[in-house]
Write a protein that binds this ligand. Structure first.
Ligand code: KIV
Length: 287
């Protein structure tokens, strides 16, 4: 069966039909290709790239220029899925004009189909409206929003108190009303999500939020590449990190012991070439 291109319309149809939407992050060409070939519906070039592939301590450090390079690489690897780029911290906060200019760069320079913006405060809603008004589709992101985690009291689940549960509901509606075509909800109790989900018309993609219209995970977490502690909501579907460690250890051992390269890894040469090389060496030899 031929897979249909992921369009905004297709995502709405999937929600209406109760078909789960599969979203995953990618930050480079080979993993973007793999995600697309695996039938993923949305590839997100998340600003989690900051920690996952660039080694920064948090998402706030990654720049627009860095995200543009990663988004371009992902774009070139994806044919069917929708490519969504996270707009990094500091690139939309100043004004609606700044937000439009940033979003335009992701579409024009890197080929993103849409951008994702975190938060639902009055300024964020204005930015969403402005970007959508400029003709660029926007995915919203509420619940735990890592770019502003300090203001939320750290990287912790949201919607667990009366106040934050009510705020989550208001935020979800506000982002929808501002014109986002989909919404990521991160790290909220499944019971709270279950209350809000049926009321929201746009597709809702959960991460650590229980059942939703779809799910998103960070690629390196789900493949088991991430080292150390991962969030409660992460499930490892592979142990690629262990394979990488084992492969690199074996490579280093074989180089050091001379096992690699073996005869099967070298190019053959005719006798004439070898003789010519010997003659050239002899000509250079000191008397
Ligand atoms: O940056 C990211 O990877 C994200 C997902 C976790 C939703 O925003």
């Amino acid at each position: 069966m031929t897979r249909s291109q992921t369009t905004l319309r297709r995502l709405r149809e999937m929600k209406a039909a109760g078909e789960q939407i599969v979203m995953v992050t990618a930050y480079d060409h080979p993993t973007a290709r793999a995600a697309d070939a695996a039938g993923v519906d949305i590839v997100l070039v998340g600003d989690s790239a900051a920690q996952v592939v660039l080694g920064y301590p948090s998402t706030v450090s990654v720049s627009v220029d860095e995200m543009l390079v990663l988004t371009g690489a992902v774009r070139r690897g994806v044919e069917v899925a929708l490519v969504v780029a996270d707009v990094p911290f500091g690139s939309t906060e100043v004004s609606d004009e700044q937000a439009i200019a940033t979003a335009l760069r992701f579409v024009r320079e890197a080929g993103a189909d849409a951008v994702k913006l975190e938060g639902a405060g009055p300024a964020r809603l204005s930015r969403i409206r402005a970007i959508v008004g400029a003709g660029i589709p926007v995915v919203g992101h509420v619940g735990l929003t890592p770019q502003t985690a300090t203001a939320l009291g750290g990287m912790r689940a949201q919607g667990r108190t009366e106040q934050t549960a009510a705020r989550l509901v208001d935020d979800a509606f506000a982002v929808q009303d501002a014109g986002a075509f989909a919404l990521v909800v991160e790290a909220v109790p499944a019971e709270v999500m279950a209350v809000v989900l049926p009321e929201i018309d746009i597709p809702v993609i959960g991460i650590g939020a229980g059942a939703a219209d779809g799910q998103v995970l960070v690629l390196h977490d789900l493949l088991g590449i991430t080292q150390g502690r991962v969030a409660t909501f992460v499930k490892r579907f592979a142990a690629v990190g262990e394979d990488i460690d084992a492969g690199l250890t074996a490579y280093a051992e074989e180089v050091r012991s001379g096992v690699f390269p073996g005869p099967e890894h070298v190019y053959p040469a005719g006798q004439e070439a070898v003789a010519a090389a010997r003659a050239a060496v002899a000509r250079r030899a000191r008397p």
